[in-house]
Design a protein around this ligand. Structure first.
Ligand SMILES: O=C(O)c1ccccc1N[C@@H]1O[C@H](COP(=O)(O)O)[C@@H](O)[C@H]1O
Length: 213
C-alpha cells in the first residue's frame, strides 16, 4: 500500500482528517520561518490525538542538537525529517544521538542530483525526494513546486522513500505511476489558505494516493 504523509499539520481538525482517511504519517514543522510551524507544546497536544498506527514526524531544518532535544522532551516523535543542508555526517550524528530513524530530504532537479543518494544511504533510514526551492523562495520546502517525476522512473532508490513537491489530490495518482514512488508527502497541496490545512483536501489527497497504485 502507498505510504502517505501529510506535512505541516497545526490543527486538530486536519490531523483527525488525515488519520481517519488512512495517512500513515503526519509531519510537524519545527522551523519558525514556516507558516506551518508549531511549538513543542502544540505538537504534543496534537500528537496525543493520534492513533498509534500513525507515525508523528518532526521536520527540522539545519537544527542544532539542543533544538531537537528540546522538541523531543515534549513530543514523542518517531521519525526525524531533515530538510536543510545536513551533511551525511550530520545526519548520522543526529540518528546516533537521538536513537530515532532519520529521513533526509533531497532536492531533485536533474539526474545528477540523484548521485547524493549513495552518500546518504548508509546513514539514513528513508529519503524524501522533493523539488528544489524555486528562485526567491524563502523556505527550503513547502513551496508547491514539483520536478520531473520521470527522473525517478525505474530507479532503485537505496532506502524506502517518499515523493514530495507540488502534489495535490488531482496529480498524485499520476505522480505515483510515473515515478514509481512507494509513498508520497504533501503540504501546500492540501491547503486553501497558506499554512492552514483544509480537512476536505486532506481527505481527498489521502484517498487519491491510496487508490492510485
Ligand atoms: O511545509 C513547510 O512549511 C516546509 C518548511 C521547510 C521545509 C520543508 C517544508 N515542507 C516539506 O516540503 C515538502 C513539499 O511541500 P509542498 O507539498 O510542495 O508544499 C512537503 O512534503 C514537506 O515535507
Amino acid at each position: 500500500m502507498t505510504e502517505v504523509k501529510i506535512c505541516g499539520i497545526n490543527d486538530a481538525e486536519a490531523l483527525d482528517s488525515a488519520a481517519r482517511a488512512g495517512a500513515q504519517m503526519v509531519g510537524f514543522v519545527f522551523y519558525p520561518p514556516s507558516p506551518r510551524s508549531v511549538v513543542p507544546a502544540q505538537a504534543a497536544g496534537l500528537a496525543a490525538r493520534l492513533p498509534s498506527i500513525v507515525t508523528p514526524v518532526g521536520l527540522f531544518v539545519d537544527a542544532s542538537d539542543e533544538a531537537i532535544a528540546a522538541v523531543l522532551e515534549e513530543v514523542p516523535l518517531r521519525l526525524l525529517q531533515l530538510h536543510g543542508h545536513e551533511s551525511p555526517e550530520r545526519a548520522a550524528a543526529i540518528r546516533d544521538r537521538f536513537g530515532l530513524p532519520v529521513m533526509k530530504a533531497l532536492g531533485i532537479a536533474e539526474e545528477a542530483d540523484l548521485a547524493l543518494l549513495d552518500a546518504y544511504a548508509p546513514v539514513v533510514d528513508r529519503f524524501l525526494l522533493d523539488a528544489k526551492p524555486p528562485a526567491g523562495a524563502s523556505l527550503p520546502g513547502g513551496n508547491a513546486a514539483s520536478f520531473d517525476w520521470r527522473l525517478l522512473a525505474g530507479r532503485a532508490i537505496p532506502r524506502p522513500w517518499l515523493l514530495a513537491g507540488g502534489l495535490t489530490a488531482a496529480n498524485v495518482a499520476d505522480a505515483i505511476r510515473t515515478s514509481g514512488a512507494p509513498g508520497v508527502d504533501v503540504s501546500s497541496g492540501v491547503e486553501r489558505v497558506r499554512g492552514l490545512k483544509d480537512p476536505v483536501l486532506v481527505r481527498a489527497f489521502v484517498t487519491a494516493a491510496l487508490s492510485a497504485a
